[in-house]
Design a protein around this ligand. Structure first.
Ligand code: PMP
Length: 395
């Protein structure tokens, strides 16, 4: 069976150029980049090159990039590191209700430790309301953390406007750009961003590596203690092959960003149009234009998204219901709830995430299979057509 992968928001395959740059670092260039001898220096040269490439891609200095085990660690570090280092100034953090669990769970932990967190509502598209953000900033506020783009519904926030507010109010601004890197142009200097998290495996790099950008001069505590790696701020022997691959992946993903985004979004738009034309009661979540080019979060009336996912899987098609981090749990998606989607449509939602190698033939095949599956499931649906979208809170 020819398999079709439409779950690129969850993870992506390694690009062949990325892999070939990584390979020598598993075997011949095996030194510890922190060792002072030639073996160490050879490995360090690979790490330095990756740091340069990433700094160049996001518009910062190489010494403002700190490697981590992924965006989860980078998000944990940004929040806790800033909270602890600035607790003498204030104990209030502002975030949104639709952040990734690595932000929300860290915030919950900080609340247990005596910090106060405001979780901003979002509108029906998933945008943070700027007037609400302004309203909640107080003299106690030390950090605003708002994701650049949402992993479930694809909405891209007005990051520049949020950053401007943070600057005006003298509050630090962190953004989780994990889904946005390679899809949205991000220049941390131009946009005056203080901290930014991102990850390698969403952009055809290896898993288990990411980074936190920390603007020079921003006071941040470490949360991982040990050796003096990463300027003494993040202990642990560097994962050299992964870092080398990450650097190459960032370079490739940001180099052709406009052309790739155009290509992927036009296929994604075709996919949405085809679904809307061929299947009744199909609704797009998030904003129709200000969204990630590869994301189509679709609610199907009168069907269960998980059943669609399993039936597509039997056809070799990979999609996801909520995000990979929360699917597997039977809880409805908090992101879809936050945008006010009625409960039956929350249950009927599937996230399709394309890549630049997705083809029109694949999309046509997926649409054909979806037509059959949705028709079949609707025949046995306990929800009637008249009830679709009207039973909020009942499920
Ligand atoms: N933030 C967002 C928005 C994500 O989509 C993800 C990955 N699902 C993460 C953080 C966590 O990234 P990682 O897998 O590198 O820990």
């Amino acid at each position: 069976m020819n398999r079709i992968y439409l779950d690129n928001a969850s993870t992506t395959p390694i690009n062949s150029e990325v892999l070939s740059e990584m390979l020598p670092y598993f075997s011949s260039i095996y030194g510890n980049p922190n060792s002072l001898h030639s073996f160490g220096r050879d490995a360090k040269a690979g790490v330095d090159k990756a740091r340069d490439r990433i700094a160049n891609a996001i518009g910062c200095q190489p010494n403002e990039i700190f490697f981590t085990s992924g965006a989860t660690e980078a998000n944990n570090w940004a929040l806790r590191g800033i909270a602890y280092a600035n607790a003498h100034k204030g104990k209030h953090i502002i975030t949104s209700k639709i952040e990734h669990p690595s932000i929300l769970e860290t915030c919950k932990q900080l609340e247990k430790e005596g910090f106060k967190v405001t979780y901003l509502d979002v509108d029906k598209f998933g945008f943070v309301r700027l007037d609400k953000l302004l309203h909640y900033i107080s003299s106690d506020t030390i950090l605003i953390s708002i994701m650049t783009a949402n992993n479930e519904i694809g909405t891209i926030q007005n990051i520049q406007a949020i950053s401007n507010i943070a600057k005006e109010k003298n509050v630090l601004f962190h953004t989780d750009a994990t889904q946005a890197i390679g899809a949205v142009r991000l220049n941390v200097k131009d946009m005056d961003i203080d901290l930014m998290s991102f990850s390698s495996h969403k952009i055809n790099g290896p898993k288990g590596v990411g980074a936190l950008y920390v603007k020079k001069g921003v006071m941040i505590d470490k949360i991982i203690f040990g050796g003096e790696q990463e300027s003494g701020l993040r202990a642990g022997t560097l994962n050299t092959p992964a870092i080398v691959g990450f650097g190459k992946a960032v370079e490739l993903a940001t180099r052709d960003i406009i052309a790739n985004a155009k290509k992927v979004s036009s296929l994604r738009n075709y996919f949405i149009r085809e679904l809307e034309n061929k299947i009744e009661m199909v609704y797009l979540n998030g904003h129709s234009i200000q969204r990630l080019p590869n994301n189509a979060s679709i609610s199907f009336g009168m069907v269960d998204g998980e059943s669609i996912m399993f039936l597509l899987d039997m056809e070799g098609i990979a999609v996801s219901t909520g995000s990979a981090c929360s699917s597997g749990s039977t809880k409805p998606s908090y992101v879809l709830e936050a945008i006010g989607l009625p409960a039956d449509l929350v249950q009927g939602t599937v996230r399709f995430s394309l890549s630049k190698s997705t083809t029109k033939e694949e999309i046509d095949f997926v649409v054909e299979k979806l037509e059959e599956i949705v028709k079949r499931l609707r025949k046995i649906s306990p929800i009637t057509k008249a009830q679709v979208g009207k039973i909020k809170g009942d499920m």
